[in-house]
Design a protein around this ligand. Structure first.
Ligand SMILES: Cc1cc2nc3c(=O)[nH]c(=O)nc-3n(C[C@H](O)[C@H](O)[C@H](O)COP(=O)(O)OP(=O)(O)OC[C@H]3O[C@@H](n4cnc5c(N)ncnc54)[C@H](O)[C@@H]3O)c2cc1C
Length: 460
C-alpha cells in the first residue's frame, strides 16, 4: 500500500483553506448540522437563506471537505443517486422517478447558478457526460441505459447514442465501438466548491466547528464526547461515515480510488483528442470515471479495494499500487502513445445503502433528520437532497418533499462476515465478467456480471 498523497483537490486551494475552532464548551442553537461536506453545507446554505433568523451550527469531525466532498471526481451530473428501478417500484412510482430525474438535471444548473451568483471559482465547465463502450457487450448496456434515461423523463435532445466516429470526435478513445452522451453534466473542482461553500455559509452567520465529532444524537441534544449541543433540530449529513450515528447495517462505506496524471502538453491532448470538458466514463463493470482538469491533467477514478471488514474506515488506506497501476493501464489502453504518470493518488469513502438508493428523512417528533446514501453520485444529488431536507425541516410544501428518496427505507445490509464476503465477491465477479466480455468479444452482458448485480442489489 502506498501512502495517500494529498488529493489533487487539496492543492492550489490555499486561499480558501482555513483552520476553524473546535467546539470548546456546551452550546445551544436552533439547528445542528453534522458534517461539513456538500450535504451539510448546502443544508446550512438553504436554511440560512430561507430562515435567516435561525442560529445554525455545523459540527465537523475533521475539517471542511475532509470526506468525499473534498476528494471526488468532480462530476456534477444528472445521474440519479441510486437504482432507478427501485425508486420506480416505490410508493411514488414512475411519476416519482421522472420528478427525481428532472430535479437532478435542474440540480446541475442550480449548483452552477449559485456558484455564478456568489462568485465561487470552482473551475466549472458544462461539457456533458460521455460514456464509451469498449466492446459490443458494453454497447448493449448503453442501449438499455439510453432507453432507461428516456423512460425516466430525459428528452432526446438531452441524451443521445453516439457512433464510434462521434465518440472519436469528442474524445479519441482507442477501441471504442460507440457511446452515450448526456448534456446535463459539468466538470468542477471539488475542493474549491466545498471550501468556498463553507466560507459562503459563514458569511451568513453560520458557525462551523472543526475537529468536533458528534458522538451521540438524541431528541434535543447532541454530544461531542463530554460536550453538549442543545439543538432544536439535528441533521446528520455524514454519508459514508454514518455507521456510528445511523447504524452500521444501514449505510456502508465503499472506497473509491483516484489518481491525477502529470500536466499534459498540447501534443498529448492532440493525441488524446479531448479538447472540451466532457466527464468521461466507460461501460466496464469495473468502470472508470474521469475529467480533464482545469490545469490540464486527467483525474481518473475507479473502485479499487472497496470495503473493509466491519465497515471500518482506515484512513491510512492510501491508493494500493495495483489500483493505481490499473487506472494508469486503463488510460494507456484508451490513449496509446501517451505516457501517463500518477502525480497524485488518493481515495475516499462514499455511502451505500443495501438497495443503492439515497434516503432523506426528517422525524418531526424527535426533530432529527438525515440525508445519506448517494452511492457515488452525490455531487449534484447532495444539493438536491439538502434542499429537500430543508423543505422537510421548515415544513414547506414543495415538489421535492414528494420525491422518491424522501423517507425511502432501504433494507439493512447483512451482518458480518456475510457483508464482507458479499462485497468482495461482487467486485471479484465484476472483474471476471469484464475479462470474459473482452476476451470472448461478447455481445451481451455476461451471466457472471448479472449474478454480481443481483447479489449487490443493483438489478432487482
Ligand atoms: C473518490 C470519490 C469520487 C467520487 N466522485 C464523484 C463524482 O465525480 N460525482 C458524484 O456525483 N459523486 C462522486 N462521489 C460521491 C460524492 O463525492 C459524495 O456523494 C458527496 O460528496 C457526499 O457529500 P456529503 O456531504 O454527504 O458527505 P461527505 O463529503 O463524506 O461529508 C461528510 C462529513 O461528515 C464528517 N463526519 C463524519 N462523521 C461525523 C461525526 N460523527 N461528527 C461530525 N462530523 C462527521 C466527515 O468528516 C465528512 O467531512 C465520489 C466519492 C468518492 C469517495
Amino acid at each position: 500500500m502506498t501512502a495517500q498523497t494529498p488529493s489533487l483537490w487539496d492543492t492550489g486551494v490555499e486561499q480558501w483553506t482555513k483552520v476553524r475552532p473546535a467546539l470548546g464548551s456546551d452550546i445551544s442553537c436552533d439547528v445542528l448540522v453534522v458534517g461539513a461536506g456538500y450535504t451539510g453545507l448546502w443544508t446550512a446554505y438553504y436554511l440560512s437563506e430561507l430562515a435567516p433568523h435561525l442560529d445554525i451550527v455545523v459540527a465537523e469531525a475533521e475539517r471542511v471537505g475532509y470526506g468525499a466532498s473534498g476528494r471526488n471526481g468532480g462530476w456534477l451530473s444528472y445521474l440519479v443517486p441510486g437504482n432507478r428501478q427501485v425508486y420506480e417500484k416505490g410508493p411514488r412510482g414512475h411519476e416519482g422517478l421522472v420528478r427525481l430525474q428532472r430535479q437532478m438535471v435542474d440540480a446541475v444548473d442550480e449548483v452552477l447558478d449559485v456558484a455564478d451568483r456568489s462568485g465561487l471559482a470552482i473551475d466549472a465547465r458544462k461539457g456533458g457526460n460521455l460514456v464509451v463502450a469498449p466492446n459490443e457487450a458494453g454497447m448493449a448496456r448503453l442501449r438499455l441505459r439510453y432507453a432507461a434515461d428516456l423512460r425516466a423523463g430525459m428528452a432526446t435532445d438531452e441524451v443521445r447514442m453516439l457512433t464510434a466516429a462521434e465518440v472519436a470526435e469528442r474524445v479519441d478513445v482507442a477501441g471504442a465501438v460507440g457511446g452515450l452522451y448526456a448534456e446535463a453534466c459539468a466538470r468542477i473542482h471539488p475542493g474549491k466548491l466545498v471550501r468556498q461553500l463553507a466560507d459562503l455559509v459563514e458569511s451568513r452567520g453560520v458557525r462551523i466547528f472543526e475537529r468536533t465529532r458528534i458522538t451521540d444524537v438524541e431528541e434535543g441534544v447532541a454530544r461531542s464526547h463530554h460536550l453538549r449541543v442543545q439543538a432544536g433540530s439535528t441533521l446528520i449529513c455524514t454519508e459514508g461515515f454514518s455507521g456510528p450515528l445511523l447504524g452500521r447495517r444501514n449505510v456502508i462505506p465503499i472506497r473509491s480510488t483516484m489518481i491525477a496524471t502529470q500536466q499534459l502538453g498540447d501534443a498529448d491532448w492532440e493525441r488524446i483528442g479531448w479538447q472540451e470538458a466532457e466527464c468521461l466514463s466507460d461501460t466496464s463493470h469495473t468502470f472508470i470515471y474521469a475529467q480533464r482538469t482545469a490545469d490540464g491533467r486527467i483525474a481518473v477514478g475507479g473502485r479499487g479495494k472497496p470495503y473493509e471488514f466491519g465497515s471500518r474506515i482506515d484512513e491510512r488506506q492510501g491508493c494500493h499500487p495495483q489500483v493505481e497501476q490499473a487506472l494508469l493501464d486503463r488510460l494507456t489502453q484508451y490513449f496509446p502513445g501517451v505516457r501517463f504518470r500518477a502525480d497524485h493518488a488518493w481515495s475516499g469513502v462514499l455511502g451505500v445503502s443495501r438497495d443503492w438508493c439515497a434516503s432523506v428523512r426528517y422525524d418531526r417528533a424527535s426533530s432529527v433528520g438525515s440525508s445519506v446514501g448517494y452511492a457515488g453520485h452525490g455531487v449534484a444529488a447532495a444539493n438536491l437532497a439538502a434542499r429537500t431536507l430543508v423543505d422537510l425541516v421548515l415544513g414547506r410544501d414543495t415538489e421535492r418533499v414528494a420525491l422518491p428518496l424522501v423517507d425511502h427505507r432501504p433494507p439493512r445490509w447483512e451482518p458480518e462476515p456475510i457483508r464482507w464476503v458479499g462485497v468482495q465477491t461482487m467486485y471479484r465477479l465484476f472483474r471476471t465478467a469484464d475479462a470474459r466480455e473482452e476476451k470472448r468479444g461478447a455481445t451481451s452482458t455476461s451471466l457472471i456480471a448479472r449474478a454480481a448485480g443481483k447479489l449487490a442489489g443493483l438489478s432487482p
